[in-house]
Design a protein around this ligand. Structure first.
Ligand SMILES: Cc1cc2nc3c(=O)[nH]c(=O)nc-3n(C[C@H](O)[C@H](O)[C@H](O)COP(=O)(O)OP(=O)(O)OC[C@H]3O[C@@H](n4cnc5c(N)ncnc54)[C@H](O)[C@@H]3O)c2cc1C
Length: 472
């Protein structure tokens, strides 16, 4: 998809400087380099980058782009793993990182109003100081923006108990083509008025509009938590523990899986103290408002893990030990990147009873194609991250990994799963999304996009493949 039809970059630059200011427009080749990709392996070619400071400035940029038939790509921090913010050729990138203010923390209504460029971890620290809690916790929380989280429906380890970003969005302000502002919801917890357009915008990956403000739900911060690291000599036993635990009617706060390949990559990179002889590790955390409740949960968890053959159960004795256990898991992606030039992180999600089957399928498919894979995932909600460690300069290996990714996606679909649990579709999963959703569903999505974006200029080339072709 071509994003910029016939405008020279110099004309664009001059016009956009007139609309914004010199320091809000980047057009140098070296500046643009940083905007060509995200954390996936896709690469694009923007014509220019703008950094607005207000909703009005976003509106002005969109009006200009729409009048001149130029594609627009919203961008948070570029930590996406699906190519969502990788620009169509010649597109204008609207970088929201300067709109990074927390506008209001309402302790009486348990809400927080933020601009889209606020870093996720800054929301955590602002609310936790007040005894409040914003549960969504993508592992990228130190870098990702809330706008990007909302646009992708980001999840994280705590999703198993508390849900994901989509469950905390109460209100949105969005700039939609050709430059209008629409508002949805607000501080109210309930809403039963008209179509929920805000819900449609959550997860729309920048294809319908640009989120310029969000009101998020907060809950009281749980006072007690316990963190455990549980080792298994067989990966299959670790995966079987997942449905056993859920069937015990315990929903832990986090239930993370790491296979031996992942454990070794982490230990090589971070030295988190993980046992490198474990074939599978579970990182389980339970929390609550009363110490006794947490102790009871822990007892049930320990019994379930022992029944399924856990070889070692380590319970963190203090916050420092818990932080060390988490430091290993949080460095997972960096550890893979340390182990191979290119990491392709997939995101299939299956019903929890199917976790052992999908893990087995990932291992078998990767072995068949001769691809090194590490599995880490939020298994408590059935969300698996097969992380393929490859080298994008190796054409043959890239062809094999593409086949492996596609087969894993198909396997997840056959198990009643979905092709993405939290990373979104972007470019990477456009074909798989079409397999999952089917032609009719995609036609409805296309019709909805036409209502918002009749010229198809909002982040074109994402979510589906225009040709509807089989190959990826
Ligand atoms: C090490 C690592 C760990 C990760 N862990 C997790 C995890 O645990 N859980 C998880 O869900 N994801 C995870 N991710 C993926 C990524 O961090 C998330 O998808 C995150 O939500 C992206 O935020 P961002 O600000 O970087 O968005 P970007 O990558 O900049 O953009 C992502 C998408 O959102 C759109 N967008 C951005 N801002 C706006 C806006 N204001 N309005 C409209 N559209 C917008 C973009 O156009 C693009 O389609 C991880 C990534 C890395 C690199």
């Amino acid at each position: 998809m071509k994003g910029n039809v016939g405008k020279s970059t110099e004309t664009l630059r001059k016009n956009l400087i007139r609309i914004l200011s010199e320091e809000s427009v980047l057009a140098d080749a070296t500046d643009l380099l940083a905007y060509r990709n995200d954390a996936s392996w896709f690469v694009g070619n923007p014509s220019i980058v703008v950094l607005p400071r207000s909703t009005e400035e976003v509106q002005k940029c969109m009006r200009y782009a729409y009048e001149n038939d130029i594609a627009i790509v919203p961008r948070g921090s570029g930590t996406g793993l699906s190519g969502g913010t990788v620009p169509a050729e010649g597109a204008i990138i609207i970088d929201l990182s300067r709109m990074n203010k927390i506008l209001e923390l309402d302790k009486d209504n348990l809400t927080i109003k933020v601009q889209p460029g606020v870093i996720t971890a800054d929301i955590h620290s602002a609310v936790e100081k007040e005894g409040l809690f914003y549960p969504p916790d993508p592992a990228s929380q130190g870098a990702s923006t809330i706008g990007g989280n909302i646009a992708c429906r980001a999840g994280g380890p705590r999703g198993v108990k508390y849900g994901t970003t989509k469950d905390y969005v109460l209100g949105l302000e969005v700039v939609v083509p050709p430059g209008n502002v629409i508002r949805y919801g607000g501080k109210v917890i309930k809403l039963s008025v008209g179509y929920e357009i805000g819900r449609l915008l959550v997860g729309s990956e920048g294809t319908l509009g640009i989120i310029t403000e969000a009101t998020l739900k907060l809950i009281p911060r749980p006072m007690y938590k316990k963190t455990m690291l549980i080792s298994y000599s067989e990966l299959a036993k670790a995966t079987q523990t997942v449905s056993k635990l859920i069937a015990s009617k315990i929903i832990p706060t986090t239930l993370e899986l790491m296979d031996n390949e992942t454990v070794r990559a982490i230990e090589q990179f971070k030295k988190a103290g993980y046992p490198t002889d474990a074939d599978g590790l579970l990182l389980i955390e339970c929390d609550g408002y009363k110490e006794k409740d947490v102790e009871e949960q822990i007892e049930i968890v320990i019994n379930a893990c022992k029944t399924l053959g856990a070889t070692e159960i380590k319970i963190a004795e203090n916050d420092q030990q818990a932080a060390q256990i988490w430091a290993g898991r949080r460095s997972m992606f960096a550890a893979y990147a340390n182990a191979a030039p290119t990491v392709i992180s997939e995101d299939v999600t299956v019903p929890r009873t199917k976790v052992p089957d999908i893990v087995k399928a990932i291992k078998e498919i990767s072995a068949h194609y001769g691809i090194r894979v590490g599995i880490g995932g939020h298994v408590g909600d059935g969300n698996m991250h097969p992380n393929y460690m490859v080298d994008k300069r190796n054409k043959d290996e890239m062809e094999r990994v593409e086949k492996a990714c596609a087969e894993v996606a198909k396997a997840a679909l056959e198990m009643g799963g979905v092709v993405s649990g939290e990373h979104g579709v972007g470019i990477a999963k456009a074909q798989y999304a079409m397999w999952q959703l089917g032609d009719l569903y995609v036609d409805y999505m296309k019709a909805l996009k036409k209502v918002f974006d009749p010229k198809n200029l909002m982040n074109p080339g994402k979510l589906w493949i225009e040709s509807g072709g089989e190959g990826k």
